[in-house]
Ligand binder design. Sequence first.
Ligand code: IMP
Ligand code: MG
Length: 183
Amino acid sequence: MERIDLHDKSFRIFIPHDKIQKSIEELAVKLNNDFKGVHKPLFLSVLNGSFMFTSDLLKNLNFQCELSFIKVSSYSGTESTGELKQIIGLGTEVKGRTVVLVEDIVDTGATIVELHKMLTDAGADRVIVCTLLLKPDAYKRDIPIEYVAMEIPNDFIVGYGLDYDELGRQYKDIYVLDTPSNQ
Ligand code: IMP
Ligand code: MG
């Protein structure tokens, strides 16, 4: 599909599925290399946005790892509120462990900074960030984003797990908001 309409907005194709898959395979090569010998790392997937990325990434990992999920939200509509609205269920022991936060996208970094603090406070030995997408022009925080599949400009996107007010998560491609400046 070339275009999709969600709520009151129109989006056009931005990153096709095969390009997403290729970037994930390349990221997995790095992880497979770097995590050789790391004892039982915990991949902590940040719901809802990263469900597709988590699934495709883990299918490409060849070392032993655990998977768990956590749910947070800092977005209202197309704007980040800068506040983490909810955190549901860190049900796994992280004390002394290497935790890999699996995100769909790092934008302002508010979510990742809060999660990093929470996991460090809970005794995680190392917290590593792994994200499908990074908006480098929006990210001004200190925490290093070690693993990035793709960098994108500061535009609002949907699809492949990402939503606009809860719609659009199911598409296998990524779409960008059509605005007068990028039409
Ligand atoms: P941050 O806290 O500002 O870094 O935003 C992180 C979260 O906001 C991500 O996990 C996404 O769920 C959501 N988000 C950030 N940018 C976008 C976007 O362009 N489209 C849809 N959701 C986004
Ligand atoms: Mg979201």
